[in-house]
Write a protein that binds this ligand. Structure first.
Ligand SMILES: [Fe+2]
Length: 442
């Protein structure tokens, strides 16, 4: 199991810089390296460590400091660390710090930085209603689930996802869920889901007889929208989970719900991911919508993480939409639950409101049981537009853009960077306008 220790310092003055490195196991090695940082930094703002991939006790370490001298930081400190046992020292792009705002929380800059964020898992047994469920009373089930979660914890960015050898009981649970929810898809699921789901049956091995492996589903998504799946041990913290979406990475659990209640689970499981999330992520407009929420959360203050989580909850998890005047399900929590899909679409006792992010972000919800309120956008394109308007109200002194070529973020925090990006967008816009003109003539 991974360990994670975090220290958050006070508000930084001026620019902040971040470093990642690995330190081999040896008594006092990390303390010695931290002493080397001191002469280069006016303040050490954040230290985070976790066990590294190598099962030899090595630690991956992330530091954030306010440097005394920026030019000396990269050459001097990097050199010092490397010379004293630090491995794979990497400097993360600079982080602008506007002293008129609060400290910007650390966020990943490259897709590989997601490796640092996979260990803080929500414990459902802290919810008294969830703790009474049979899965938490069954020792054999918990043991199997722990084994599968530990496999996921070993995953590192870029590796192929190792398939799970599901047993007959697990496959039977999958079969029950698959049979039930697919009965409703033609009448209750949105057209984007049904189109993708049919395609996945023919090209991804989606069937009731075998739980599809994440690697095949991930490749399917990459070819369509650039989204990739990543195995995870359980439900991450909201900030960590939403951050992964900015990189078009979607974290998926691989364990399956308890066989005693195949039609309901409060937790994410492989049925929920494979049946609910994956097909929708192959739709370009939905993928863009999903990434937009991820980009918005990067470096956002805590109060906005809560609002963005609520927005995620009522859209990507429990969203409904209007199609030719009828309500349809597109949220994964609905598409993977026979009972709640019927409830959301058919029940006359639930409230359904038009899509309005400022209202949605204030809506209360429960992690356990069916929702009583749902929100519907006119289209995903319309939802993206409204979400962009909403996220513009989040107080952040920078703007992030994902670069798929480098798998990293472009953090724009000064006039020069923003102007450069504007020029690129204007050039592309001009090209497209010319093309539209030519096409109209033809
Ligand atoms: Fe989910």
């Amino acid at each position: 199991m991974c360990t994670r220790e975090t220290y958050c310092g006070s508000k930084p003055e001026g620019r902040t810089m971040s470093l990642l490195f690995t330190v081999e196991p040896s008594s006092g090695a990390l303390a010695k390296l931290l002493q080397l940082v001191e002469p280069y930094s006016s303040s050490l703002l954040h230290v985070e460590s976790r066990t590294a991939e190598k099962a030899d006790g090595s630690l991956d370490v992330c530091l954030r400091c306010t440097p005394k001298d920026e030019s000396n930081w990269s050459n001097g400190l990097q050199h010092q660390l490397q010379g004293n046992g630090a491995i794979n020292v990497r400097i993360l792009p600079e982080e602008s710090s506007d002293t008129s705002t609060n400290t910007v929380p650390w966020f990943p800059r490259r897709a590989s930085d997601l490796d640092l964020m996979m260990s803080e898992i929500y414990d459902f047994t802290t919810d008294p209603d969830a703790a009474k469920l049979p899965e938490f009373q069954d020792d054999a089930y918990q043991k199997r689930r722990k084994f599968i979660s530990e496999q996921a914890s070993k995953y590192r960015h870029g590796q192929p996802i190792i398939p799970i050898d599901y047993n007959e009981e697990e496959t039977q649970t999958w079969r029950t869920v698959f049979r039930e929810v697919t009965k409703l898809y033609p009448t209750h699921a949105c057209r984007q889901h049904n189109k993708a789901f049919n395609l996945m049956k023919s090209s991804c091995g989606y069937s009731e007889d075998k739980i599809p492996d994440l690697e095949g589903a991930s490749k399917f998504l990459q070819e369509r929208t650039g989204f990739r799946l990543r195995p995870v041990a359980g439900q991450l913290t909201p900030r960590d989970f939403l951050s992964t979406l900015a990189f078009r990475v979607f974290c998926c659990t691989q364990y399956i719900r308890h066989s005693s209640n195949p039609l309901y689970t409060p937790e994410p499981d492989v049925c929920h991911e494979i049946l609910g999330h994956v097909p929708m992520l192959s739709d370009p407009a939905f993928a863009e919508f999903t990434q937009e929420i991820g980009l918005a959360c990067l470096g956002a203050p805590d109060e906005f993480i809560e609002k963005l989580s609520t927005l995620y909850w009522f859209t990507i998890e429990f969203g409904i939409c209007k199609e030719a005047g009828e309500m349809k399900a597109y949220g994964a929590g609905l598409l993977s639950s026979f009972g709640e899909m019927k409830h959301a679409i058919e029940s006359s006792e639930v409230q359904r409101f038009p899509f309005h992010p400022p209202t949605i972000t204030e809506q209360k919800y429960s992690l356990v049981g069916y929702q009583n309120t749902y929100f519907y956008p006119e289209s995903f394109e319309d939802a993206v537009k409204r979400v962009r308007q909403y996220v513009a109200s989040i107080p952040k002194p920078f703007h992030c853009r994902y670069n798929p070529y480098t798998e990293g973020l472009e953090v724009m925090s000064n006039r020069e960077g923003v102007t450069r990006s504007l020029c690129e967008i204007e050039t592309e816009l001009e090209r497209l306008k010319k093309l539209v003109g030519k096409l109209e003539v033809q």
